[in-house]
Design a protein. Structure first.
Length: 343
């Protein structure tokens, strides 16, 4: 008769859940793209500190996907097609400046923190949880190192500072929720944080869409990138107005860090996939920010921006599908299709 320990040791490893597969698969695609993009940046950066930050992020992306490969293939799960050397051209003229590289890395590491926290929260298997926890810690270290580099160079503009209250306060009037007329209040600290953070990401998107538009060879896709840049500007104006009304400073524009080069550095597929992913991250941020927004005008702004970003992202997705560039995320079994198409 088997002992309790022997039974425990002989228990088969549970299959990956749909949630675990979803985050492993999506993370693989993100880091596969990151390796292409960061590989180009590594060839074009000149500052030793910037090169060091790029190398840290690039090595992390590679090791992430090595572990994801083991987890997915260990269950016989096919890997995404992802991206290849043909999707980038590192020897061509630089499209971005050194400051852009650091902001790109910083905001990418910030998105990584959110991604791994979410993936950890839906992971069940011990090996997947360990992977997510380790990568969350690694993303935290990367974020700190990049931010310290930017602060030491005077390249990061800190978010607004607010006065220290004399004592805790209770909300005493329903007008605390108002944002359009009458007795309105200034933004509270969490609203400031989310508006500023949204502007930082929208500013990065503005620079990337502008750069991709001027290097995109097909006119229809160039127009789509220009539309993305215009959408980002609308977001910057809407959010910036909320900060300026309370005399709060805005994040810096990254547009001056985009060169005049019209030579493509990346494939059209990679550029559109990157834009789609960034707008998806922006929508996710706005959705999370809604939970802490209490002023009516702030809530209305986030809702409107979600709708605008969603409409644009749908246009990009349709272009990806038309060109057969979009890989299908693994999903549930389509039983209706099985019934319609029997063997």
């Amino acid at each position: 008769m088997e002992s309790g320990d022997e039974k425990l040791m002989s228990t088969p490893t549970p299959r990956l859940t749909g949630s675990e597969i979803g985050y492993l698969w999506t993370g693989y695609m993100i880091d596969d793209m990151s390796q292409c993009v960061l590989g180009v940046f590594e060839q074009q950066a000149g500052d030793p500190d910037v090169l060091r930050s790029i190398a840290l992020a690039l090595n992390l992306a590679r090791s992430n996907n090595q572990e994801r490969t083991a987890l997915l293939t260990g269950e016989g799960f096919p890997l995404p097609r992802g991206f290849a050397e043909s999707d980038c051209a590192a020897s061509l003229p630089a499209l971005f400046g050194e400051r852009f590289f650091l902001y790109y890395l910083l905001l990418g590491a910030r998105l990584g923190l959110h991604f791994y926290a979410e993936s950890l929260s839906v992971s069940i298997r011990q090996d997947v949880r360990s992977f997510c926890a380790e990568r969350l810690s690694a993303a935290s270290r990367l974020y700190g190192e990049i931010l310290d580099t930017m602060l030491s160079k005077g390249l990061y503009i800190r978010p607004p500072v607010i006065p220290v209250p004399e004592a805790p306060e209770q909300i005493q009037k329903p007008s605390f929720l108002q944002g359009w007329f009458g007795d309105t209040r200034p933004l509270h600290s969490v609203e400031i944080a989310n508006v500023y953070k949204g502007m930082e990401l929208a500013g990065l998107i503005h620079a990337i869409c502008t750069a991709f538009a001027q290097t995109m060879e097909r006119k229809d896709l160039q127009s789509l990138c220009t539309q993305g840049a215009q959408t980002a500007v609308e977001h910057l104006e809407r959010l910036g107005g909320l900060l300026e009304r309370d005399d709060l400073p805005l994040p810096p524009s990254l547009l001056s860090d985009v060169s005049g080069s019209q030579t493509p550095l990346f494939s059209e597929r990679l550029m559109l996939c990157h834009i789609s992913g960034l707008f998806g991250s922006l929508i996710t941020h706005y959705g999370q920010a809604l939970g802490s927004a209490m002023k009516h005008d702030v809530v209305a702004a986030f809702l409107a921006l979600i709708a605008g970003a969603g409409n644009y992202t749908e246009d990009v997705t349709e272009a990806l599908i038309r060109n057969e560039w979009l890989e299908k995320t693994p999903g549930a079994l389509d039983r209706e299709s099985l019934l319609e198409h029997p063997k």
